[in-house]
Ligand binder design. Structure first.
Ligand SMILES: Nc1ncnc2c1ncn2[C@@H]1O[C@H](COP(=O)(O)OP(=O)(O)OP(=O)(O)O)[C@@H](O)[C@H]1O
Length: 305
């Protein structure tokens, strides 16, 4: 294994090859990861911390909570980075930094090599072009009074993309991409199933052709059988469109299924990071082992067979 240097703005300036062979009761698992020379991360968080003021806090730190503590991560082009940890470990705060919704208290945030830490108007524009978010509950992410057609036209219109005819064409493409029939275009969110609504939310997230999607617990609000379909859709879209993805969940089995690389968070810190197969089969941190042993998978049992 060779190491990447933590260069300015996160650009990896030499090739990093990480190979490991992991012995498990079921046999061996080989895991190889190559980061190409001079590859610029889509997102690079460089020693980021977020401290919130609160009325409580702890004995040592009254009136403040460190939600994210000295966290560094890279989302590389075309890869899925899974972030897993229990409630309160700092996943959503990390997601909010990556969406530009939260400014770090300390540390730097880079999008495609550009410093966007201060979230100026121009920086927010770049963030908006690079990433889109898919939230847990599509019912709240979508406007209950707008038809699917209007929900999908909206971001294109707001960003002044194309004329009416080309926008309508793009909406048809989007609907097809997420596996919905054209008949849903006139429907309101309330007239669709949870899975169909999440497909519309994903289509909306793809409308502006982002480089990356941040999916924050995108299957938690769905029925077990529908979860597998939405996960498979996200994986297909990632491959077809060459998307990068940050997939956030408290369910390590789901994260393992979809991710190339996994970050395990506890108490605002990264406690373990590595290729998904290695973290899953041969965790080095006690907390990861606990996560693996504690919770039954929320995945449908047929998934991945
Ligand atoms: N706006 C805020 N003000 C004060 N404390 C906050 C705020 N947002 C988050 N926190 C605290 O920061 C810590 C991390 O929260 P965060 O929501 O990022 O964790 P999480 O892993 O996403 O949890 P969940 O899965 O329950 O959303 C928690 O202790 C939380 O109470």
């Amino acid at each position: 294994m060779s190491d990447a240097k933590n260069e300015y703005n996160g650009v990896v300036t030499k090739e990093v090859v990480i190979e490991s062979v992991v012995e498990t009761p079921a046999g061996t698992v080989e895991s190889v990861e190559v980061i190409v020379e001079n590859e610029t991360p889509i997102i690079f968080l460089d020693h980021v911390s977020v401290v919130f003021k609160t009325r409580t806090g702890s004995i040592l730190h009254p009136n403040k909570v460190t939600a994210v503590n000295d966290l560094s991560l890279r989302l590389m082009p075309g890869k899925t980075l899974g972030i897993v940890g229990e409630s309160g470990c700092g996943k959503s705060t990390t997601a909010n930094i990556m969406c530009g919704l939260q400014q770090p208290t300390t540390g730097k945030v880079y999008f495609k090599g550009e410093d966007v830490t201060k979230r100026t108007a121009a920086q927010r524009k770049l963030i908006g072009r690079v990433i889109s978010v898919v939230f847990q509950d599509p019912a709240t992410a979508l406007n209950a009074r707008m038809t699917v057609q209007d929900q999908l036209m909206d971001p294109l219109r707001v960003h002044g993309i194309g004329d009416k005819q080309s926008r309508e064409q793009r909406v048809l493409e989007l609907i097809e991409m997420v596996g919905l029939p054209r008949s849903v275009l006139e429907a309101l969110p309330g007239q669709m199933s949870g899975g169909q609504r999440q497909r519309v939310a994903i289509a909306r997230a793809l409308a502006l052709k982002p480089d990356a999607i941040i999916a924050d617990e995108p299957t938690s609000a769905l029925d077990v059988s529908v979860r597998a379909q939405i996960l498979n859709l996200l994986m297909d879209l990632k491959h077809e469109l060459g998307l990068s993805m940050v997939f956030i969940s408290h369910d390590i089995q789901t994260v393992r299924y979809i991710s190339d690389r996994i970050i395990v968070m506890n108490g605002g810190r990264i406690v373990e990071e590595g290729p998904a197969a290695r973290v899953f089969e041969n965790p080095t941190d006690d907390y990861t082992r606990l996560l693996l042993s504690a919770a039954p998978s929320l995945l449908h049992p047929d998934l991945g067979k």
